[in-house]
Structures are given as structure tokens and as C-alpha cells.
Design a protein around this ligand. Structure first.
Ligand code: DGL
Length: 261
């Protein structure tokens, strides 16, 4: 199975993209809803949680791991790769590759949680391959709760998005990476506020196509994964609200099951 974890239910945007690109593969999802959000926490805490999340998936039969959470991808990937001997995908590198190869990508903006922005991991990865590029990052901490409240089209959300994007607009970015699980749900407003000419990169899409490429290039691993098109969704805390919001992330009904940490 392909194991995907996230700090909560936002990582279902990653599952959705994986299901589009790899519909036949079984997916096991774990959302740490009991301890969400990760984006406001210290790297040490996020690393510890990420190790536990990975263990939950591996214990239940995951053979490859996808760190669906941008915050955990930013701070915990190295530790996870040292600790676990399975292929591990994170959501940062695929969107960076997409951004640097975009024809007009010279001035790249990134939006994410505070922890993701503070890690500076996007800047490091972009500068490692394209030191000539200008990179600007902005933390947008209010967007996660707005999405979880379902305020996807409200005037307040539009105004907040506009305010967060204003500094990036002043920098005249030509590419914008959505560096958080929740932002694909606001993609239309983000595109509208940053301007039509800016290429907006959804990290869940970038990740899904890179997992697909990997499986094509590694038929032995692809062959060892279950392919019944089945998905199981586990969370560490189950509420009616998380069950409801899960459907809006996945764009189809998802039956969440509770597992105790
Ligand atoms: N999943 C987190 C991320 O992509 C957003 C929610 C959180 O802060 O935990 O960074």
C-alpha cells in the first residue's frame, strides 16, 4: 500500500491527486487530527509526531510513504529517511522541480505555514539548482482554519488572501507554489488575487506525478504494492466536523476511522 500521512485531513488533497494519477493503487491514510496543527509547532515536535505517524502506516502495511503535510515534509524528511528503510516522498521537491523548470520561472513565491516558511527549505532547494532565481516566501497562518471552517468563497477569506499575497505581488513573482495541504481549495481565489500571469503550482499535483514516475521507473516496487483501488482513512481524533470537512478535501465521501495514538 501507499501510505500517506498528514497533520490532519488536509492531506486528503494529496490522496485526491494520487487517486487521479494512480487510481489502481491501494492507499492507507493517517491524519493526526488529535495533534493538528503542525504548522504552528516547533521542528522538534513535528519531527517526533512525523516518526509516530510513519510508524502507524508502516505497522499497517504501507510499503512506500508519502509525507502529505508540507510542514512535516519541510522539517522531518531527513529524519524519516534515516530511520525508515522504505521509499519516502515529500511534497517540497516535486513542486520545486516544477517551479524551476517552468519557462518563465525567475521570481518564485511560496506560501505555507509558519513552520514551513521558517524552515527555508523551499529557498534552499531552489537555490541549490538555480542560484539565479529570486525566492520570496510568505506565511499565511489564517488560511488553514478558514479552509477547515469551509469559508472557501467568503469575502473575509478573499480579503485575507489578498492581504497575504500583497507582498509577493509587489515582488512581481511569476510563479507561486502552494506550500500547504489546504491551499489547493483556495486555488481560484489565490490565482485571482496574485494575477492571471502568475503560474500557480499545486504541490499535491506535483507530488502525485513524481510518485507515478517513480513507480514506472521501479517496476519491482510497483509490483509489490496492492492494486485494488481501495482507500482506508484513519485519524487520531474523530469528530463530525472532521468527517464533514474530509469530504470537501477529497471531493468525494471518505469514511474516517478512529485509531488511538
Ligand atoms: N498540513 C499542514 C501543511 O501542509 C497544514 C495544517 C497544519 O498546520 O497542520 O503544512
Amino acid at each position: 500500500m501507499i501510505g500517506v500521512f498528514d497533520s490532519g485531513i488536509g492531506g486528503l488533497t494529496v490522496v485526491r491527486a494520487l487517486k487521479q494519477h494512480l487510481p489502481e493503487y491501494d492507499i492507507l491514510y493517517f491524519g493526526d487530527t488529535a495533534r493538528t496543527p503542525y504548522g504552528t509547532k516547533s521542528p522538534e515536535t513535528v519531527i517526533q509526531y512525523a516518526i509516530e505517524d510513519a510508524e502507524i502506516l508502516l505497522d499497517r502495511g504501507a510499503r512506500i510513504l508519502v509525507v502529505g503535510c508540507n510542514t512535516a515534509s519541510s522539517v522531518a524528511t531527513d529524519t524519516l529517511r534515516e530511520r525508515f528503510d522504505v521509499p519516502i516522498f515529500e511534497v517540497i521537491s516535486p513542486s520545486v522541480r516544477m517551479a524551476v523548470s517552468a519557462p518563465k520561472g525567475r521570481r518564485i513565491g511560496i506560501i505555507g505555514t509558519r513552520a514551513t516558511v521558517n524552515s527555508r527549505v523551499y529557498e534552499e532547494k531552489i537555490r541549490a539548482v538555480r542560484p539565479d532565481m529570486k525566492v520570496y516566501a510568505a506565511a499565511c497562518p489564517l488560511l488553514v482554519p478558514l479552509v477547515e471552517e469551509g469559508w472557501l468563497k467568503k469575502g473575509e477569506t478573499r480579503r485575507i488572501v489578498k492581504k497575504y499575497l500583497h507582498p509577493l505581488k509587489l515582488k512581481q513573482i511569476d510563479t507561486l507554489i502552494l506550500g500547504c495541504t489546504h491551499y489547493p481549495l483556495l486555488k481560484e481565489i489565490i490565482q485571482e488575487k496574485i494575477g492571471k500571469r502568475v503560474k500557480v503550482i499545486d504541490s499535491s499535483e506535483a507530488l502525485a506525478s513524481s510518485v507515478k514516475d517513480f513507480l514506472r521507473e521501479h517496476p519491482n516496487i510497483a509490483g509489490s504494492l496492492k492494486k485494488n483501488g481501495a482507500c482506508q482513512f484513519y485519524v487520531s481524533d474523530l469528530t463530525a466536523q472532521s468527517q464533514k470537512v474530509a469530504g470537501s478535501f477529497l471531493k468525494t465521501a471518505a469514511k474516517l476511522q478512529h485509531i488511538k495514538l
